[in-house]
Design a protein around this ligand. Sequence first.
Ligand code: ZN
Length: 295
Amino acid sequence: MTDSANWMGFTGSPLDRADPLRSDPAAVQAARLNPMARYLILEDLKPLMTEDGQDLYWARRSEAPQGTSVFLGVAPDGSPRFAVDGKADDDIPAKATDARAAGATLGDGRAEIVAQARSLLDWHRRHGFCASCGAPTTVVKGGYSRLCEGCGVEHFPRIDPVVIMVPERNDRILLGRGANFPNGFFSAFAGFVEPGESIEEAVARELYEEAGIAVSNIRFGASQPWPFPCSLMLGAFASAHSDEFHLDEKEIAEARWITRAEARAALQGETEWKVPPPLAIAHWLIATWAANGDD
Ligand SMILES: [Zn+2]
């Protein structure tokens, strides 16, 4: 296996999410006031990183702005960690960084903290009012739900499952170029899971809709949180029944079958056409398939 077949961006957090603590309002408040507590500030959903761009900037309570804050968990050193939505003082030695760039830079579990913080704070921004009765909602359980002040319904953070998959046949996989992708950029096929649908059914439906190919023998590969804003990517492999494909050109501009040798070359950046960077689970799917072959 290559390194890129092992690493999955936005996963591997070192934090203990400490669910029992977040269910206890007094314990959450005590954690906020703990002198060891540290806060990850997100400005317009961009996490603050240290000025050298190599690490998250963990602010002290005195540096944290007012704003929605959520409990992220407890670090291995015992310090409670929070994320807060707000604007940091200009004299803090840190800079707001695009979450994708942060995820690509932080080559370990710190990127999952970014995903957790960004998805939760984005959800809070958009759910100030109850979807049932329209009354205001308030943050409870350390930020893991909102309670309606009108009808008492509890609302939970949204997660949108997305299937992403590569069909394979005769030691080749089919990659597609999305209609909105640049020329020469090929990736796995993907789409949202619909209500009342299994992962396997979503994989088969999306491949049939986008590429006109029938598949079976669908195997789950790995998953990845993708916090833009709250997707959960479900990576899979599937066996295609034919080499022929018929693209939905509104979605997919072109597609090509590639061999393992071609996939390896593309992952190394040695081809004129490109595949997604290591941060994306599509890269993991292609790399895993390329690394596990017999040839
Ligand atoms: Zn309500």
